[in-house]
Ligand binder design. Structure first.
Ligand code: MTE
Ligand code: MO
Length: 388
């Protein structure tokens, strides 16, 4: 009769589990996490009214690149993390070292730090994937939570790499088939897949993940990008994020008495859409790059924001508060930092692709500025207020 007992790490006999495999997959996972972390900082700071390091307005495609990389490396990290966890999980069942209290404490601390790392990594990849698929099944603020947990993940990752560095070095230097690195050491051969085969399958899975999302940014990949939620279709060749109906602006946006207010201190100027169209117009080719990872470029035509600010004699170097006709929602009011407000490429656009803006793209007028997250390209603008 077999006795019921907890599994022991010796019960997991696959020869595919080896420090040589774990270290190779782990290295690429670490690279993906590093890119995700840096591009995530860029995205978070770009969305702050006053970022700790000012975000430049050039290149205009900067945010398209960093956010595209963020979503692509985050998706590629999913298969890498799964294989890495599979390669080490029997260690969960390793018996803690008995005898010395000190060794037990060190063991416990190491387990705890790995627990934090794994939990934070799974949280980041799961919330990120849900966000990129425009699925928000939670009530907490995605951006601040994803940002806070990113610091936990990267901190735990640095500790983990530092602790394991000797093992990682040895494992990366050793031949993949080196039997001395097997985990557990008492393993039966499973035949079938080789370690090289496992690694090849892992890289292929990560490659598929990249192709499945890269079409968000790289147009010609769109047909193979099943996870690219925005297909590149939409009125005037640009996808729509929030529609006018969803934003509840259909009546106010089409109202013939619509006027834009530009305000600075006591001064106020009010302009109809015809009056805006009568001002000097500029055309700029600029992308909309959504935090969710998709982007699309368009040819926008409208009034330079700085020309509008000149109407109220606003001094150069002021931040501008942009208000939408939208009655509520997190993107109703946004801040256009001073360097963006004074950049000649920043427009209050009236047209896209040579036609008046579609109502879903922000008719009567919208903000379009270079190197900005899409979420701050405010549609259905009703007021520009120069901040003191
Ligand atoms: N007023 C308002 N403007 C908004 C939004 C919004 O919800 N309300 N969504 C933003 C987001 S998240 C993106 S990505 C862009 C998309 O612009 P598009 O729908 O014209 O492509 O609009 C931005 N402007
Ligand atoms: Mo967006």
């Amino acid at each position: 009769m077999t006795r019921l007992r907890a599994p022991d790490k010796a019960d997991f006999g696959s020869r595919l589990r080896s420090a040589a495999v774990t270290a190779r997959v782990g290295m690429w996972l670490g690279i993906c996490f590093g890119i995700c972390f840096v591009t995530g900082l860029v995205s978070h700071w770009s969305q702050l009214p006053q970022p700790p390091i000012p975000v430049p307005t050039s290149p205009s495609w900067g945010y398209t690149l960093t956010q595209g990389l963020h979503v692509v490396t985050g998706t590629a990290a999913i298969p890498l993390l799964l294989v890495k966890l599979w390669s080490v999980y029997p260690k969960l069942f390793a018996r803690p070292p008995m005898g010395s209290a000190r060794r037990l404490a060190v063991h416990g601390a190491e387990r705890l730090s790995i627990g934090v790392l794994v939990a934070a990594a799974i949280f980041e990849l799961a919330t990120g994937l849900a966000n990129a698929s425009q699925w928000y099944p939670w009530s907490f603020s995605f951006r601040s939570t994803h940002y806070a947990v990113a610091w936990v993940a990267i901190g735990a990752l640095v500790v983990h790499v530092a602790v394991k560095l000797p093992t990682i070095r040895q494992a990366l230097d050793a031949d993949l088939e080196d039997g001395g690195l097997d985990r557990p050491s008492v393993g039966a051969s499973t035949g079938g897949l080789s370690r090289r085969g496992l690694l090849r399958a892992t890289w292929a899975a990560a490659g598929v993940a990249v192709l499945a999302t890269a079409g968000n940014t790289v147009g010609w990949l769109r047909d193979v990008s099943v996870l690219a939620v925005r297909s590149g279709e939409g009125p005037q060749g640009v996808p729509i994020n929030k529609s006018a109906i969803a934003a509840r602006v259909t009546d106010t946006a089409l109202d013939l008495t619509y006027r834009l207010t530009v305000a600075y201190g006591g001064r106020e100027v009010s302009l109809s859409r015809d009056e805006l169209a009568g001002m000097e117009q500029a055309t700029e080719e600029l992308p909309i790059a959504c935090v969710e990872g998709w982007s699309a470029s368009g040819s926008w035509r409208g009034v330079r924001v700085r020309d509008l600010l000149a109407l109220v004699e606003a001094p150069d170097g002021s931040d501008v508060e942009v208000t939408s006709l939208q009655p509520s929602g997190p993107y109703r009011v946004t801040t256009l930092p001073a360097n963006f407000a004074s950049d000649p490429r920043s427009l209050l656009a009236l047209q896209l692709g040579g036609e008046p803006l579609a109502i879903d793209h922000g008719y009567p007028c919208r903000i379009i500025a270079p190197n900005r997250p899409g979420v701050l390209q405010t549609k259905w603008v009703s007021r520009l207020e120069v901040l003191p």
